[in-house]
Design a protein around this ligand. Structure first.
Ligand code: F6R
Length: 608
């Protein structure tokens, strides 16, 4: 979840490193640092907190050099202080690292017994010392690195530079992503192609276990057994343009407002609105009729999208769906059937647990589908079939537009599967496709409730807790609403199935407990309403998010009712995601938290 970058280029490399780090800050923002080589010596600048602090440090004390490495940190081992900030260095080497070295405690003892004096609490520092001790034993830089890599357990990507070597950089990848960028008389390493986009679009992705030796004009890749290998070069589509907030106050707000457009782009890949049928993107054929069941796994918001997908696949295509969060799935040793489809959902396409679950299913002979937003990501590259979301770059750490695009893909796939399995008639398919095709227009209307939700931010900010309730597809949406509120406002919130309330959580209800109920007027509306009555009767402050019919028929003394546009059932979860996003957003803005980069979080979770 840290971001790493390396540049073998020309004088003034520190500015370029910072430029690349700005594009990687979504991966972590606890601290940042760069190291370059000047007159053969390794020099560093590091700063606690956001990248801006590193920029200030570099303004105070500029750093020369034509070769360098940089890092933006999401702390795993050791507090997010300057002392623990990367690059970690001895006088011989400097290292930036993304990942976790699992056997670092043993390795600490090992390097200490070899005379190393450790200065930090990090797992990474041992790597610098292991390489140094190998160099001191007379090994060449590449042998010292190869030797060190074999001692490491865990997940990592590294960029490493060496004292006195101004035309040498070594990178390595196991578990965490790393790309080599090819320039003219320059070479680059980066956690992703986005970081390298200002410099080059020619990119080679290292595979697991690979390590690479770079000079300005050459690169050699070796596999885990140190045998030379070739990996294909790609032309990256990542844009060099730095995405900006435009007129919006935060990326999150901008991304919420982009939803009508990006949902439209996404749906256009899956729906033929002239012929009123689903049409899958080229190269994504799946024999849904042959499936006995579907396995879905993902993390966080993407998992909630998958849960809503489960309702759809079961209802519209009668496919039984097994779904689990990827951090559990990967260790469950779930029995699966070779040939069945496993679907992994991920905005970044790099989430470590999701990737590990994908690999488990692949090993078991399953066909792998991936609903991903970053087309060049590891998950996209390892899947057999990629179902793209076309959300564009999502910068705000809290996922918004990627979620509604994931839902758009899953709804389309469920209809497609329903038709393929003979569950849906051509007429019903046409009806559902027409409904989904209207989603961008409904989303425009849904955004109009922003002012009403903004008014709730002040009273909601006074609460220490909140409950979100929903039934059916609104249950995962309730959990998504609670997650959004937690992660950006730091208010404790839980999402519950409305019918489950009386089995325990109703004990929490009193007049200080806001209860946000997502309940469009659907076939189980009345059931939800009776659960909400139970809350209102106990003094709970109900915020009812419903449509005009729901508002008219609820008969609840709600604290506040948010009236959404009338939408058909298949569109409802996509459209009702918007008010829960806006409610969390405005509450966080009112409370003055760092909305786009909330504390302790990172956009891409590449560690377990
Ligand atoms: C919440 C959020 C996270 C991610 C999760 C999975 O707003 O963004 O819960 O959804 O970390 O990330 P991806 O989709 O990149 O696999």
């Amino acid at each position: 979840m840290c971001g790493i970058v390396g540049i073998l280029g020309s004088e003034g490399v520190a500015d370029k490193l910072v430029d690349a780090l700005k594009r990687l800050e979504y991966r972590g923002y606890d601290s940042a640092g760069v190291a370059t080589i000047v007159d053969g010596k390794i020099l560093r600048r590091r700063a606690e907190g956001k990248l801006r602090n590193l920029e200030l440090a570099l303004e105070r004390e500029p750093l020369a050099g034509a070769i360098g490495i940089g890092h933006t940190r999401w702390a795993t081992h050791g507090a997010p202080t300057e002392r623990n900030a990367h690059p970690h260095a001895t006088d011989q080497v400097a290292v930036v690292h993304n990942g976790i070295i699992e056997n670092f405690l043993d390795l600490r003892e090992l390097v200490k017994s070899g005379g190393a004096e450790l200065e930090t609490d990090t797992d990474t520092e041992v790597v610098a010392h292991l390489i140094t001790q190998a160099l001191q034993a007379g090994k060449t830089p590449r042998d010292a690195v190869a030797d060190t890599l074999h001692r490491l357990k865990g997940a990592f990507s590294f960029a490493i530079i060496f004292k006195g070597e101004e035309d040498l950089m070594i990178g390595a990848r196991r578990g965490s992503p790393l790309a080599v960028g090819h320039g003219d008389g320059a070479m680059y390493l980066g956690s992703d192609a986005i970081a390298l986009a200002p410099f080059t679009d020619r990119v080679t992705y290292l595979e697991d276990g690979d390590w690479v030796v770079l000079t300005r004009t050459s690169f050699e890749i070796f596999d885990e057994s140190n045998l030379p290998v070739t990996r294909p070069e790609h032309t990256s589509a990542a844009t060099a343009v730095q995405v900006d907030k435009g007129n919006y106050r935060h990326f999150m707000q901008k991304e919420i407002y982009e939803q009508p457009e990006v949902i439209g782009h996404t749906l256009s890949r899956y729906l033929n609105l002239n012929k009123l049928c689903t049409t899958l993107p080229k190269g994504t054929s799946v024999d849904f009729a042959a499936l006995d069941r579907l396995v879905i796994s993902a993390c966080g918001t993407a998992f909630y999208a998958g849960l809503i997908g489960k309702y759809w696949f079961e209802k519209y295509a009668r496919i039984p769906v097994d779904i689990d969060i990827a951090s559990e799935f990967r260790y469950r040793e779930m029995p699966v059937k070779a040939g069945d489809l496993a679907l992994f959902i991920s905005q970044s396409g790099e989430t470590a647990d999701t990737l590990a679950s994908l690999r488990y299913c692949k090993q078991q002979g399953m066909r792998i589908g991936a609903v991903v937003n970053v087309p060049e990501s590891t998950i996209a590259r390892e899947a057999d079939v990629v179902f793209p979301t076309v959300a564009g770059a999502e910068i705000g750490v809290a996922s918004t537009k990627a979620f509604t695009c994931q839902l758009s893909v899953l709804a389309s796939l469920a209809i497609h599967a329903g038709r393929a399995r003979g569950v849906l008639s051509a007429e019903r398919e046409a009806e559902l496709v027409r409904m989904l095709g209207e989603v961008p227009a409904y989303a425009v209307k849904a955004l109009k409730v922003e002012k009403d939700l903004e008014k709730l931010s002040q009273p909601l900010s006074k609460s220490n807790h909140a409950l979100y309730l929903g039934r059916g597809t609104n249950f995962p949406l309730a959990m998504e609403g609670a997650l959004k509120l937690k992660e950006i406002s730091y208010i404790h919130a839980e999402g519950y199935a409305a019918g489950e309330l009386k089995h325990g959580p109703i004990a929490l209800i009193d007049e200080s407990m806001p209860v946000i109920v997502v309940a469009p007027h659907d076939e189980i509306f009345e059931k939800t309403v009776s659960n909400v009555q139970e809350v209102a009767a106990r003094g709970g402050r109900v915020i009812l998010i419903t449509d005009a019919r729901g508002a008219a028929e609820a008969g609840i003394n709600a604290w506040k009712t948010i009236v959404m546009p009338d939408v058909p059932e298949i569109a409802a979860p996509i459209i009702h995601a918007i008010p829960v996003q806006l409610l969390a957003y405005h509450t966080a803005v009112f409370m003055g938290t760092d909305v786009d980069q909330p504390r302790n979080l990172a956009k891409s979770v590449t560690v377990e």
